[in-house]
Design a protein around this ligand. Structure first.
Ligand code: GDP
Length: 308
């Protein structure tokens, strides 16, 4: 229904007018802008920063200082937060990337997830405090909506550290596991590793982000795409900060002596699928689950301890 500020037209007279509600909500949300906080976790050097840059086409890590081996030994997990404001066709997105560099660099990796889970809890704590305070209108929401967990492509499945890390995260944040640097594997190796990882995720009871079921009234094409997305997990991804020329076009890719790996080519990796769920199709669901499920659990625990 078209929006009119003057008198209703003849056809509009048949309506009370609440059909404009979706438009009103839409306008308000667009004006306010959207925010999304994405965390990346996993061993150092698996291409986390490169992938994030490839996803959002920005160089978020230009000021990054890489540590030498000696510095890395003493370093504990240090959390770094980068915020960028992106605008596309008038829609504003405040994107926050929470990077967890250093994991796996130290000699002792016992409880290396602690700093990450503490960070997530702290964001819940801030939100809980602000929500219970006097000025509840303009709360800055820094809760982590999704955590991309990078699994190395070299092993035969999950390592104990991957299992423990994901288990430590699973009740606090939506965990999306990824196979990093997928260009190291052939298509059949990727298929095998994916099957293995799915089995192990099941076997060890790791709760990863579950794509919501498709509504029965969705069209067949949408249902097919949804099924394909679910069957492709854990997504095998490739990142690149360079643009190369392939088939006469400039594309984001990696140039090897034997050929070019294209980040956005679905035949080469699942990068486009990952970007689709994060940005186009499931961002809202990830935010809803964070708020309705993970944050609610935290809040219930807080209230329980307060009233004890
Ligand atoms: P981080 O420590 O996990 O943030 O890893 P970086 O993004 O800094 O990447 C570490 C190294 O791996 C760099 O030399 C990257 O160029 C390289 N790299 C990043 N992504 C990929 C990938 O998808 N495939 C391959 N083969 N190398 C990658």
């Amino acid at each position: 229904m078209k929006r009119t500020l003057g008198c209703p037209t003849n056809t509009e007279k048949d309506y009370v007018g609440f059909a404009t509600l979706p438009n009103q909500v839409h306008r308000k949300s667009v004006k306010k802008g959207f925010d999304f906080t994405l965390m990346v976790a996993g061993e150092s050097g698996l291409g986390k920063s490169t992938l994030v840059n490839s996803l959002f086409l920005t160089d978020l890590h230009k000021d990054r200082k890489l540590l030498n081996a000696e510095e890395r030994i003493s370093q504990t997990v240090e959390i770094m937060k980068h915020t960028v404001d992106i605008e596309e066709k008038g829609v504003k997105l405040k994107l926050t990337i929470v990077d967890t560099p250093g994991f796996g660099d130290a000699v002792n990796n016992t409880e290396c997830w602690r700093a990450v889970t503490d960070y997530i809890d702290q964001q819940f704590e801030h939100y809980f405090r602000d929500e219970s305070g006097l000025n509840r209108k303009n709360i800055q929401d820094n809760r982590v909506h999704c955590c991309l967990y990078f699994i190395p492509p070299f092993g035969h499945g999950l390592r104990p550290v991957d299992i423990e890390f994901m288990k430590a995260l699973q009740d606090k944040v939506n965990v999306v596991p990824l196979i990093a640097k997928a260009d190291c594997l052939t298509p059949s190796e990727i298929k095998k590793l994916k099957e293995r990882l799915r089995e192990e995720i099941d076997k060890y009871g790791i709760k990863i982000y579950q794509f919501p079921d498709c509504d029965s009234d969705e069209d067949e094409e949408f249902k097919r795409q949804d099924k394909e997305l679910k069957e492709s997990t854990p997504f095998a991804v490739i990142g690149s900060n360079t643009v190369v020329e392939a088939r006469g076009q400039r594309v984001r890719g990696r140039l090897y002596p034997w050929g070019i790996v294209e980040v956005e080519n679905p035949a080469h990796c699942d990068f486009v699928k990952l970007r689709t769920i994060l940005i186009r199709t499931h961002m809202h669901d990830l935010k809803d689950i964070t708020s309705d499920c993970h944050y609610e659990n935290y809040r219930a625990q807080c209230i329980q301890t307060m009233t004890r």
